[in-house]
Design a protein around this ligand. Sequence first.
Ligand SMILES: C[S@@+](CC[C@H](N)C(=O)[O-])C[C@H]1O[C@@H](n2cnc3c(N)ncnc32)[C@H](O)[C@@H]1O
Length: 236
Amino acid sequence: MPGFFRTLSRDLRAPLHRKRAFDLLHKLHSEKLPLEGVVERSIKLGTNGWYRVRSLQVLSEITGLAREVAALKPKIILEIGTARGGTALIWAHIAEKKLVTCDLLDKRGFADLVRAFPPPGSQCDVSVLIGDSHSPEFLERVRKELDGELVDFLFIDGDHTEAGVTQDYEFYSPLVRPGGLIAFHDIVDDQPLETNEVQHFWKKLSPGKETKEFVNDPDQCGFGIGVLKVPETADG
Ligand SMILES: C[S@@+](CC[C@H](N)C(=O)[O-])C[C@H]1O[C@@H](n2cnc3c(N)ncnc32)[C@H](O)[C@@H]1O
């Protein structure tokens, strides 16, 4: 029942929340902040209800990743796991041509806001895809969106079980260009949820590969970002 009332309350206040969200997004755009400022604001934009934009990230970790991704000058970014759009807002400021962000769950008009994430003057077009990243039909939808082009940066932050992250890697890593980057969230050993198993996947994936980690404190509970560089050539 509390879920019912929360939904009703969000529905009733949606027009107000929507207006505030677009106002805050336009304010962010008008400030023309450096990348670090965009990251800080993106993980907690201050919006509410169906239009709440935020991200559970450690600021130093996500800032480190954003710098790494921006240095690639990426044309196309693919994200598995939109959630409240915090990281999508960052990628929308970095991708020059396209951001494809995917999630299981639809949040009413939230996708309208996500499509408005790129700053004025950006050529970045945002596609919000709703569905199960593990289904072959969904992979096909992503491929269609990319229209034969490869991705410069893939952020895998969806299903955090070992089987789930493994499948996302197997499905979507072939869509990343040689020299591109793939990042995974929640790689530290100590995780708050039993279903967070990305750390096991990362331990198996990373040996012998070109990787980088953004971990604020190795003893922290949760978080930590692992980045894999896709080899420039087939023999690595
Ligand atoms: C940790 S959140 C993503 C956070 C987001 N990247 C950020 O930091 O702003 C994980 C999201 O992945 C989505 N998800 C989980 N399993 C999925 C699946 N099989 N297909 C698509 N999305 C999935 C969940 O619905 C959830 O919104």
